[in-house]
Design a binder for this molecule. Structure first.
Ligand SMILES: C[S@@+](CC[C@H](N)C(=O)[O-])C[C@H]1O[C@@H](n2cnc3c(N)ncnc32)[C@H](O)[C@@H]1O
Length: 218
């Protein structure tokens, strides 16, 4: 990913340097497959070109943005649709057009309520084995423009922290708080600076195991 990003000569993209390693860690298994990736936040269109290069010719690459000017970045590399990440029916229509969803990268408004609506809408649509990435969670701590604040309920950081409790519901007997019982479909929640990566995989109740089996003496 670093090679592709720093060698890129096309349209501009801005990412924090350490995100590149994180993408590779969680997304490389999708390279050269018909993966369906949706990025929220197109801006200058560079990241869509990078996803195309990274995932290869069989990937389905879509971007959504609220700014109609981004329509000009709709091309052979990626489809761009104009609308808000806070509009659940718009997001569902984009996923229908994509034919399903394997990866979401939320790099849109970074406003807490928008991130939450996108997660609540798109996480249930992700395929089993899919990955949900929410970027720039620094904004979860910023009040101005982003409705954030330290430990402020409703931010994406707090939602992801709640999911940590929700995936352990067997052990504290408190019902999951995040909607759609999302935790029952979560294999892993990984926090990096400014970024949360949620790996979806249906998860039956875990069990303890031991090898070799105990053989009775009788
Ligand atoms: C950080 S930029 C995206 C950068 C791009 N992903 C990249 O890596 O180069 C954020 C984009 O989100 C868009 N945006 C802001 N509010 C939005 C919303 N409610 N829904 C969809 N996109 C939004 C902005 O217009 C802007 O283009």
């Amino acid at each position: 990913m670093e090679k592709i990003f720093y060698g890129h000569k096309g349209r501009q993209s801005h990412k924090w340097h350490h995100y590149l390693e994180v993408y590779d860690l969680h997304l490389k298994r999708f390279r050269n497959t018909p993966v369906r990736i949706l990025e929220i936040g197109v801006q200058t269109g560079g990241s869509l070109q990078l996803w195309r290069k990274y995932f290869g010719p069989t990937a389905v690459v879509f971007g959504v943005d609220i700014d109609p000017a981004c329509q000009t970045f709709d091309d052979q590399d990626a489809k761009v649709r104009i609308g808000s990440q806070a509009d659940a029916s718009f997001l569902r229509s984009v996923v229908a057009e994509m034919g399903g969803l394997d990866i979401v990268v939320d790099d849109g408004s970074h406003v807490a309520s928008d991130q939450q609506i996108s997660f609540e809408t798109l996480f249930p649509q992700l395929s089993n084995g899919g990955v949900y990435v929410c970027e720039d969670l620094q904004a979860s701590y910023w009040d101005i423009f982003h409705n954030g604040g330290y430990k402020r309920p409703g931010t994406f950081i707090e939602l992801a922290k709640q999911l940590v409790d929700d995936i352990h519901e067997w052990y504290h007997d408190t019902p999951p708080e995040v909607v759609n019982n999302a935790a029952s479909l979560i294999h892993a929640i990984c926090f990096y600076e400014g970024m949360a990566v949620i790996e979806k995989r249906s998860r039956p109740r875990s069990y303890y195991c031991g090898m070799p089996p105990v053989v009775s003496a009788t």
